[in-house]
Ligand binder design. Structure first.
Ligand code: PMV
Length: 321
């Protein structure tokens, strides 16, 4: 039988604290129902490959394709070289998350690739090691990430995250639905992180006050989520959005999308989620009218979906061979 390993990991939404988390604030993230699946199988030949949606790239080629997966795989192979069997393999990626949409596709692919490859090579691993390998992949794409995306994808559920601390899992009494709408505009997280750092150095005092308040909003959202108080969550989404606009990561595409959402009275509050500059918006909605709002939004924004949060994190199947 051919040696084969499979793992999948979810995308994520950030409910509060994006960008500020890079500067030490608390941030809240949750795994969503859209996932990335990675399978690895042994192949003939001398070059390992990565394949996704008809595009193939050799693992050792620097053609700019699949930077996250290549970094994860090369790091694992170089660090585990002595223990790892020398086998040629193909990594196949199948994703439900558009890249550059702010929904954590690069983290999900990094987490799933790290777990699948460790398993494929017969190496033992724990979650901390997967987080470490996956973060290297995320850095190859995003420059200076906080690590929140990786932890949300790996652990699943809802997490309260602060740089330098262990992420805290939040237990939510009744899982609830959120609406996620992709604006269709891709953007680069790393460029936005740099833009925010420039804003911080121009207005250090105001930025610090906003960062402190972002932490408070995160703690309020945790409390409201524990009790599934959608009205409260919606109110804080509105406040978070105005702060994100002030630090320069909203734009007319996102503001128009949010205004369009507010045409529906079932929408209790909305904000950009992730790095902004395009990407996606998350909305708190009345739970009994999720499908109606979704239908309204998909007319204009085809990649819209309702996700119940929280969701399961990393899943993997034990290797077959
Ligand atoms: O991966 P994105 O584009 O959803 O952004 C992640 C959130 C940021 O706070 C902007 C960056 C980070 O690593 O925390």
């Amino acid at each position: 039988m051919i040696r084969q390993s499979t793992a999948s990991a979810p995308g994520k939404v950030i409910l509060s604290g994006e960008h500020f988390v890079v500067h030490g604030s608390y941030s809240v993230a949750a795994a969503i129902s859209k996932r990335v699946s990675v399978s690895i199988r042994e192949i003939r030949g001398t070059k390992s490959q990565i394949v996704s949606t008809g595009v193939t790239s050799d693992l050792d080629s620097d053609d700019g394709r699949f930077p996250a997966v290549k970094t994860v795989a090369r790091t694992i192979l170089s660090e585990a070289r002595k223990e790892a069997p020398r086998i040629t393999f193909q990594i196949s990626i199948s994703s439900e998350i558009p890249p550059g949409s702010g929904l954590g596709s690069s983290s999900a692919v990094s987490v799933a690739s790290a777990a699948a490859l460790m398993d494929f090579l017969g190496l033992s691993w724990n979650k901390a090691e997967i987080a470490n390998f996956a973060l290297r992949g995320e850095k190859a794409v995003h420059g200076n990430p906080s690590g929140i995306d990786i932890q949300a994808s790996l652990l699943g559920g809802m997490i309260l995250f602060k740089k330098g601390q262990e992420p805290r899992s939040i237990s939510v009494r009744d899982p609830f639905k959120v609406l996620v709408v992709y604006s269709g505009k891709k953007r680069s997280t790393s460029k936005l992180i740099v833009k925010v750092a420039q804003r911080k150095s121009k207005y250090p005092n105001t930025f610090q006050r906003l960062a402190d308040s972002a932490s408070e909003i995160s703690l309020e959202i945790v409390e409201a989520s524990r009790r599934s108080e959608l009205h409260e969550i919606g109110k804080y989404f509105g406040l978070a959005q105005s702060q994100l606009a002030w630090i320069g990561v909203s734009n007319p595409t996102l503001e128009t999308l949010i205004e369009y959402l507010y045409e529906r009275e079932e929408v209790l509050g909305a904000k950009l989620t992730g790095a902004g500059g395009g990407g996606s918006v998350i909305a708190a909605i009345r739970q009994d009218s999720a499908e109606a709002v979704l239908k309204f939004m998909t007319g204009r924004y085809p990649y819209s979906f309702v996700s119940e949060i929280p969701q399961e994190g990393l899943r993997w199947k034990k290797r077959k061979n």
